[in-house]
Design a protein around this ligand. Structure first.
Ligand code: F6P
Length: 326
């Protein structure tokens, strides 16, 4: 018999569409196993402050289709300190919480790892970030919706780009990773894709655009990941404008619109699977592990590994993008 009778659930870091579906799955799975569920509001900061609220089955009705997170989220500096974590432990003990499901990204799992080295309340993680950049899982909650948002936006820009013979630089999210940019670029037939994982992208860009010019391409879409390392879409556009003076250049930064919106079917289903598996892992006395999806199967990955190792961009997708953009 597991000693876990009451669990907490929280979201932390950047929100991602599908987090609500995960909260719902955690809550209803826990209730199915006769556990009590406490919603921890505002991430680790709420944990420190004891900002708790009991969740019943009906508390999570009508949220599966909503973006954002009903529990709110935050990035918390205090939890990075031993004093902050001590306060969090005190609050969890006081509320008689025996285990926590934390939904978030790298920062969330780093905090949870430290906590589990110091204290005996187990944390199990669910990967939630639109960036899809967490090692040990093929998928993170919110990525599919964000990717579809990008595709819809770029398609619209393509219409106006070709109507005016313009060159558009479109910046997408991905502070440290190019998964949204690469896949978004392939899905929209972008002429070029610049991502942090490939160095010197701006230099190669000129040669690429030159080839396009010779082929009399009238419009161009260049997708730039925000963390491309060369200063983002504005700086790159500035850098090529003298060499391509006959093109009318425009820049669009898609920004936080990529984080919102109703989650796709894939995000809802995967978030439900991950949330469910997280509760079962806690009942199975797991701790300090992330629940990932590998080849569409649930996989348990130690937080330490998920945080330390770097998820690699697919070389075959890079190759594909290069061939198809000609
Ligand atoms: O959610 C991850 C992410 O989308 C990054 O790609 C981006 O740099 C970051 O969030 C920005 O988030 P915020 O504006 O909330 O700090």
């Amino acid at each position: 018999m597991s000693r876990i009778k009451r669990i907490g659930v929280m979201t932390s870091g950047g929100d991602a569409p599908g987090m609500n579906a995960a909260i719902r799955a955690v809550t209803r799975t826990a209730i199915y196993y006769d556990l009590e569920v406490i919603g921890i509001r505002h991430g680790f900061q709420g944990m420190i402050n004891g900002n708790f609220k009991q969740l019943k089955a009906h508390s999570v009705s009508d949220i599966i289709q909503r973006g954002g997170t009903m529990l709110k989220t935050a990035r918390c500096m205090e939890f990075k300190t031993p004093e902050g974590r001590r306060e969090a432990y005190r609050a969890l003990r006081e509320a008689d919480i025996h285990g926590v499901v934390c939904i978030g990204g790298d920062g969330t799992f780093t905090g949870a790892t430290l906590f589990n080295e110091e204290y005996d309340i187990p944390f199990v993680g669910v990967p939630g970030t639109i960036d899809n950049d967490i090692f040990g899982t093929d998928y993170t909650i919110g990525y599919d919706t964000a990717l579809n948002t990008v595709v819809e936006a770029v398609d619209k820009i393509r219409d106006t780009a070709s109507a005016h013979n313009r060159m558009f630089f479109i910046e997408v999210m991905g502070a440290e990773a190019g998964f949204i940019a690469l896949n978004g670029g392939i899905a929209t037939g972008a002429e070029a894709i610049l991502i942090p994982e490939v160095k010197g992208g701006a230099r190669n860009l000129k040669a690429l655009l030159e080839t396009g010019k010779k082929r009399r391409k009238s419009s161009n879409i260049i997708i730039v990941a925000e963390g491309d390392g060369e200063g983002g879409a504005l700086a790159i556009a500035e850098g090529v404008k003298d060499d391509f003076a006959d093109y009318d250049i425009r820049v669009t930064v898609l920004g936080h619109l990529q984080r919102g919106g109703s989650p796709s079917a894939i995000d809802r289903i995967n978030a439900s699977r991950l949330g469910h598996a997280a509760v079962e892992a806690l009942l199975d006395d797991q701790k300090s592990v992330m629940i990932g999806l590998q080849n569409d199967n649930i996989a348990l990955v130690p937080f330490k590994k998920a945080v330390k190792e770097h998820k690699k961009i697919s070389q075959s997708l890079l190759y594909l993008a290069e061939i198809l953009s000609v």
